[in-house]
Each structure stands twice: as structure tokens, then as C-alpha cells.
Design a protein. Structure first.
Length: 296
């Protein structure tokens, strides 16, 4: 499994001339300085990974325009297209979901990753397997994979380490690398689910690169955030200053906002009053990587 780094058309991963399959997940606004600020243009760049006679899997998209561009690009290069909603689909069933793909239909439990969006991700991966041909992943292996999957820095609960040692009883610490509009929507949806479950208040520790748009990440989260602490990203000169993050957070309606010198200082501030809370560290994969390295 090779993940494209940026865009697609000019990405180094195109050195692989004949992959088993290619896939485009939900397109977001990201890397605007390279890809532009139009979904259609970004879709065209992403579709640059499609190759003649190689199955092209297209996940659910944020707009008809993006979807249509991806389909047109697949047709232009002669890539057989497997389109969500046409050639494969998913539907909620109980706590899990039903996958109906090009080769099989399965009722599956929720993936071992937090967030309803992970069902779509799992179904996209399954469609890649089923469309590729040439090898088989049987149903029992699919079930084991869904149960065992881990993804550091994506709604990952931290359960040990120096940061966890700072927590008051009943408080949870979560980490996510979300840094664009889609990432913010995912975090907002999960924050809403936590609130609907009657869970503890949500606090956020946030750091982001200056090339990103902090309000796009924070706006979907804002209705559910009790307090936010803006932090620098260690050893990252391209990080947005904490003061700018504070201004962005206030502009989307988060009231209790302040800056902290570090993630550790921010977590200590947020848990100082005691009581069970949920603390979410987010805003950048660089920040997530730093937290994972320092927290052990």
C-alpha cells in the first residue's frame, strides 16, 4: 500500500507504473499553494494516479463536480472505474455496516478505529482488494483486519506516558493529526457523538502550520469545545504562532481560549481544576508526531 504524498499527477509515487489498483478518498482543501483552491482542480490533480487498465476506486466526494472530474479523468486514461454509490456502497447496520462491493456483500462490525468515517475508509480498502484481482483476502481476514487495525495520530487515545500521567482521574487524552476542512468535519462529528453520549466536557490543545487554515479545522469543533489552548509545534519554524491560533479560535466562537508554551503545559492547565474531562490534541501531523515521540 503506497500513499500519495501530495496531489497525484506529479507525485513521486507515480514511479509505480502498474499498481493492482488506485483509489481517491474524499477530496479536501489542502496544499493550496500547489493544488489551488478549487475542488475540481484538486480532483484533476488527484486523478493523476489513474492508469490505463488499472481499476480506479472513487470514494464518496464532497461535491458532484469533484466526482464528475474524477470519472472523466478515469475514462480519459482508460481506467475501469469503481464509483461509490454505483459499483459499491455501504449502509449502517446496527453498530456496524453492510458493504456491497463488486465481488461480495458483507455485514461487518465497526472498524477498530474511532469515528463513523472509518466505515467509508474500510469500504474503500475492501473495494480496492475486490477490484484488483490476482489475489484473495477472504472474509475471515477482513474481519480480523477490521478488529486489529491501528492508526497512530488519528483519533488515537493515549493511555500511557508523561502526558497521561498529568491527567486527573476520569480524564481521557486523545490525539489527532487533522489539519484541513475534512479533518475538522471528522473531529466535529466525533465531538458531537461524545456530547450526545452525555460524556465529559471537551478541551482542545491546538497547533497548526502557517500554510493551513485553522478556522476550517476549528469551526466544526467549536460548538463542542469548552476550552482551547494554542501551542507551538516543537522545532517547526513553519508553525502558525500561538497568538494567531488564539485569534482564529475566538473568531469561530470558542470562548475560553489562551496560549501555552507547550503541549505539556497546556494539558497541565486544562486538568488543574480536576474533574473528568476529555482533552483532544489536534491541528497538525507534525504536532501529532512530536507528541507521540515525546510521550513515549
Amino acid at each position: 500500500m503506497i500513499e500519495v504524498g501530495l496531489g497525484g499527477r506529479y507525485d513521486a509515487t507515480n514511479v509505480f507504473a502498474r499498481p493492482h489498483a488506485t483509489a481517491v478518498t474524499r477530496i479536501s482543501f489542502d496544499h493550496r499553494q500547489f493544488l489551488g483552491d478549487k475542488l475540481a482542480g484538486i480532483a484533476a490533480e488527484k486523478a493523476g494516479i489513474f492508469k490505463k487498465a488499472v481499476p480506479a476506486i472513487v470514494s464518496a466526494q464532497p461535491s458532484d463536480e469533484a466526482r464528475e472530474v474524477l470519472v472523466a479523468e478515469a475514462v480519459a486514461v482508460g481506467a475501469p472505474i469503481f464509483l461509490h454509490g454505483n459499483n459499491w456502497r455501504i449502509a449502517p447496520v446496527g453498530t456496524g455496516f453492510r458493504y456491497k462491493g463488486p465481488r461480495r456483500t458483507l455485514n461487518l462490525p465497526p472498524p477498530g478505529l474511532v469515528g463513523r468515517h472509518q466505515g467509508m475508509n474500510a469500504a474503500t480498502a475492501l473495494t480496492m482488494i475486490d477490484a484488483a484481482g490476482g489475489f484473495t483476502v477472504d472474509d475471515s481476514a477482513v474481519l480480523r483486519g477490521l478488529a486489529a487495525v491501528e492508526w497512530p495520530g488519528r483519533l488515537q487515545r493515549l493511555r500511557h506516558g508523561p502526558l497521561v500521567d498529568l491527567l486527573s482521574p476520569g480524564t481521557e487524552l486523545w490525539l489527532d493529526g487533522a489539519h484541513n476542512d475534512s479533518g475538522g468535519e471528522v473531529l466535529g462529528a466525533q465531538a458531537r457523538a461524545w456530547r450526545e453520549a452525555g460524556d465529559q466536557p471537551l478541551d482542545v490543545v491546538f497547533g497548526i502550520l502557517a500554510s493551513k487554515e485553522p478556522k476550517e479545522v476549528l469551526a466544526p469543533l467549536a460548538p463542542y469545545v469548552a476550552r482551547l489552548r494554542a501551542v507551538p509545534i516543537p522545532d517547526e519554524p513553519a508553525a502558525l504562532p500561538a497568538e494567531s491560533v488564539v485569534a482564529a479560535a475566538r473568531s469561530v466562537g470558542i470562548g475560553d481560549v489562551d496560549a501555552a508554551d507547550s503541549v505539556g503545559a497546556a494539558v497541565a492547565q486544562l486538568v488543574a481544576q480536576g474533574g473528568a474531562r476529555r482533552v483532544l490534541i489536534c491541528g497538525s501531523l507534525y504536532l501529532a508526531g512530536s507528541v507521540l515521540a515525546e510521550n513515549g
